[in-house]
Ligand binder design. Structure first.
Ligand code: XLS
Ligand code: CA
Ligand code: CA
Length: 440
């Protein structure tokens, strides 16, 4: 088999003092942090679309990426070459998992049947390579947004033929995810949203979307697919208003249609910030509702209002993200999928490695800091103290449901002095900084 990244050897941990850009400074896969090895905490995955198929096209110009497999012309041969490159990259980066859309790994044919045949061929090859390199599928998904047939949406299209095609495509994608031992299956509602209510029947679109998800649940049961179903929220882009706006919106939708026990949430950092939240907020909302399923690890640019999908290099964010993940007792069977792309000007093949190393090190560092913060209990103790009025006295009566308005009115009338304490935000932010700077 051809070697695509012949000038790069296996990336290993060299520690924070290393000046070798092709080494891990913080990610030490076998190092034990708390009760698990780093690699078990982090469960890193390669995103096939950004890494193997994206070419750097933007609205102002064509692709810029130099990819050693791009000299192959035949679309099936190209798909095979990309797949070989994918496994070489995972092997050299020591990443155990990958994620893909059906259309990332195999080209569309002239009919649905031909498309499925193409997919079957590449899935068979993928299975071989997974065995050879000992790699696993974190999640599969269906690309129901790129093809022009999805112009009005997929599961929320006004066109019933498109709804039927979507169902057929997702059926096949679940089958191949099962075939490859996928641990999860993701639903990202690519074009499930709207531009204007002047031409939209929102109620029917949402009912239909729920029907599609129910069909997926039923079919998974029928074929014995036991992977976790995940919904990935996003507030905007490509449509102006995406139905799966954020975690809270998705939860309300799932509960309305009685689908909640079948789905968890795949939180993407850049989607959280587009929704006006922090990454930590979305992870936290998912965690306290027991639906934190998996993470798309990336970051947006605070100065740009779109989905830039950058590799995560902000230690503050990864620290607080890992804090939520540790409090969740991990995210398995989910993982940290780098749904991230190199910048258009980072077009050399080596940049892929440098970008993954940056992201992996940033999360590894975040994991170590978050673990220390939790072990020392600095933030937790402060929160416990802040809410201590609910542990005894009238607070306990409220929490235990022993009092109503009348009892509380009596209490308030007799309680002449209310005294509050400072929330100490700046002190806490400074403590987090201290933990980040002190960790070696
Ligand atoms: C796009 C989404 C997409 C999903 C998978 O913004 O992030 O890549 O993760 O369809
Ligand atoms: Ca994503
Ligand atoms: Ca994104």
């Amino acid at each position: 088999m051809k070697e695509y990244f012949s000038n790069i050897s296996k990336v290993v941990y060299e520690g924070p003092k290393s000046t070798n850009p092709y080494s891990f400074k913080y990610y030490n896969p076998e190092e034990v942090v708390g009760n698990k090895k780093m690699k078990e905490h982090l469960r890193f995955a390669v995103s096939y679309w950004h890494t193997l198929t994206a070419n750097g096209t933007d609205p102002f110009g064509v692709g810029t990426m130099l990819r050693p497999w791009d000299n192959v012309n035949d679309s099936m041969e190209l798909a095979k070459a990309r797949m070989e490159a994918a496994f070489e990259l995972m092997d050299k980066l020591n990443i155990d998992y990958f994620c893909f859309h059906d259309r990332d790994i195999a080209p569309e044919g002239n009919s649905l049947a031909e498309t499925n045949e193409n997919l079957d061929k590449l899935v068979a090859y993928c299975k071989e390579l997974m065995k050879k390199y000992d790699k696993k599928l974190l999640w599969g998904t269906a690309n129901c947004f790129s093809n022009p047939r999805y112009v009005h949406g997929a599961g929320t299209s006004c066109n019933a033929d498109v709804f039927a095609y979507t169902a057929a495509q997702i059926k096949k994608a679940i089958e191949v995810t099962k075939e490859l031992g996928g641990e999860n299956y993701v639903f990202w509602g690519g074009r499930e949203g709207y531009e204007t209510l002047l031409n939209t029947n929102m109620e029917l679109e949402l009912d239909n979307f729920a029907r599609l998800l129910q069909m997926a649940v039923d079919y998974a049961k029928e074929i014995g697919f036991t992977g976790q179903f995940l919904i990935e929220p996003k507030p905007m882009e490509p449509t102006k208003h995406q139905y799966d706006f954020d975690t809270a919106t998705v939860l309300a939708f799932l509960r309305k249609y009685k689908l909640d026990k079948h789905f968890k949430i795949n939180i993407e950092a850049n989607h959280a910030t587009l929704a006006g939240h922090t990454f930590q907020h979305e992870l936290h909302v998912a965690r306290i509702n027991n639906v934190l399923g998996s993470v798309d690890a990336n970051q947006g640019d605070p100065n740009l209002g779109w989905d830039t999908d950058q590799f995560p290099t902000n230690v503050y964010d990864t620290t607080l993200a890992m804090y939520e993940i540790l409090k969740n007792n991990g995210i398995a069977p989910g993982g940290l999928n780098f749904d991230a792309k190199v910048r258009r000007a980072s077009f050399e093949p080596e940049d892929l490695f440098l970008a993954y190393i940056a992201g992996m090190d940033t999360f590894a560092k975040g994991l170590r800091v978050a673990h220390k913060l939790l072990t020392d209990g600095v933030l937790e103790n402060n929160i416990k103290e802040k809410y201590s009025s609910f542990e005894g006295g009238i607070g306990k009566e409220i929490v235990e449901g022993n009092v109503g308005f009348k009892e509380l009115e009596k209490y308030a009338l007799e309680n002449s002095r209310i005294s509050n304490k400072s929330g100490r935000q700046e002190m806490l932010e400074s403590i987090v900084n201290q933990y980040i700077f002190e960790d070696k």
